[in-house]
Design a protein around this ligand. Structure first.
Ligand code: ATP
Length: 248
């Protein structure tokens, strides 16, 4: 499956700060993050619990307002957009996948995939190709609760990709899967990236991060360090690189 390309940078984040106030305490969940993700790149975001990974992913998707700095997706500054325009832009240009799949239980798996498609033109063929590509065509009429976690997550990925977004964002996509299904899902994400999809995932697992091209390490809301995986499909060496990055 080859993808249409354009010259726009899929994601550029500059100086992003996000604080939460809890009573008298102010938490700087993101403390001046800069990050550019190039077309076709596969980036993993790692960091300890509370380091700001999910907040960053939500900021990338325009699901969280940031206090300052900018999040620019394909040249569009999300903070400058009104709610309705942002919702449309997110549906068309940003694919989102969550740990808990978030499929609508009363709809068939295929109906879930069709939901974000704004136009019906050519949709049937597109759905067929995508489900075939993800190896879930035979399960399309099932309701989500009649499928395994791995199948549900593939449908969630199909739903995220149906509009050919600029970027696929996934928050702990293997977090609800057993390790075999988790690795199968990672292999699928790797293949999608090699087909030209731009992907950012949040994970705390070296065995997941090893499928990415580049690992960004967060600590206390700051971008502490990063390293390239150089195709090392070896969780132990990724764990070592991660520990080095934490000590940088
Ligand atoms: N809605 C919120 N209200 C108040 N504080 C929040 C909120 N969301 C996140 N935080 C705080 O912001 C910081 C970063 O949280 P975030 O969920 O982004 O971290 P994380 O790295 O994704 O953690 P985990 O790996 O545990 O999911 C934490 O200190 C967290 O308690």
């Amino acid at each position: 499956m080859s993808l249409p390309s354009n010259d726009l940078v899929p994601l550029k984040i500059s100086g992003v700060v996000k604080t939460y106030t809890q009573g008298a305490a102010v938490v700087r969940a993101l403390d001046g993050i800069d990050l550019t993700v190039e077309a076709g790149e596969f980036v993993a975001i790692m960091g300890a619990s509370g380091s700001g990974k999910s907040t960053l992913l939500h900021a990338m998707a325009g699901l969280t307002d940031v206090d300052s700095g900018s999040v620019v997706v394909e040249g569009m500054d999300l903070s400058s957009m009104r709610d309705a325009a942002l919702t449309r832009f997110r549906r068309d240009r940003i694919g989102l996948v969550f740990q808990s799949f978030n499929l609508i239980p009363t709809l068939s798996a295929e109906a879930n995939v069709r939901l974000p498609a704004s136009s019906r033109q050519g949709l049937d063929g597109k759905v067929d190709r995508l489900l075939e590509r993800l190896g879930i065509s035979g399960r399309r009429k099932h309701k989500p609760d009649a499928m395994s976690g791995g199948e549900q997550q593939r449908f969630a990925i199909a739903r995220a990709l149906i509009a050919d977004p600029a970027i696929l964002l996934a928050d702990e996509p293997t977090g609800s899967l057993d390790s075999v299904s988790g690795q199968e899902l990672c292999r699928l994400l790797r293949e999608l990236s090699e087909e030209g999809r731009t992907i950012v995932i949040v994970t705390h697992e070296p065995a997941v991060a090893m499928w990415a091209d580049r690992v960004i390490v967060l600590k206390d809301g700051k971008r502490l360090s990063e390293f390239k995986t150089s195709g090392k499909h070896d969780p132990e060496s990724i764990a070592v690189d991660y520990q080095h990055a934490l000590q940088a």
